[in-house]
Design a protein around this ligand. Structure first.
Ligand code: SF4
Length: 147
């Protein structure tokens, strides 16, 4: 399968704080598949490290209150071009870019609310199968050809 995946899950140090979120279980599971690593925040040109971002209403803001909605959208659009023909997408949880179903609420206090990251939301509209990194059982089933 051709699989688009959040770059930080593969060990790339692209997170806002300069770290990665390497997921060994996932990497092991994906062995032998074609992986396309994408990071909308890096693609948007945010330096590493950079201030944390959160979604607030219809905008994306930095922790000091700068509106970076357009910038992140542009990075996400460019990533989308690279993964649009993938069979499956696997994204980092809770991220304002990649998160599926739950994101931080824009108060920078650690509170989660229902919602998708900017990039995840765009990918959903393209109807590509999307999985949270923690949903290993579903990922296994999809890799085995079950929907
Ligand atoms: S934007 Fe996505 S790929 Fe990049 S660091 Fe955040 S969660 Fe990882």
């Amino acid at each position: 399968m051709k699989i688009g995946i959040s770059a930080c899950l593969l060990g790339e140090k692209v997170r806002y704080d300069g770290t990665d979120k390497r997921n060994e279980d996932l990497i092991h599971l994906l062995d032998g598949h074609e992986l396309i690593a994408v990071c909308p925040e890096r693609e948007a040109g945010f330096p590493i490290p950079h201030e944390p971002l959160e979604i607030k209403g219809n905008t994306v803001i930095t922790s000091s209150g700068e509106d970076v909605t357009e910038k992140l959208h542009q990075g996400a659009e460019r990533c989308l071009e690279r993964i649009v023909d993938c069979d499956l997408l696997i994204f980092k949880s809770k991220s304002p870019s990649c998160g599926i179903g739950r994101v931080y609420d824009g108060s920078f206090s650690g509170k989660l609310i229902e919602g998708d990251g900017v990039f995840a939301s765009m990918c959903k509209k393209k109807k590509i199968v999307l999985c949270d990194e923690n949903d290993l059982e579903r990922i296994k089933a999809l890799l085995n050809g079950q929907r």
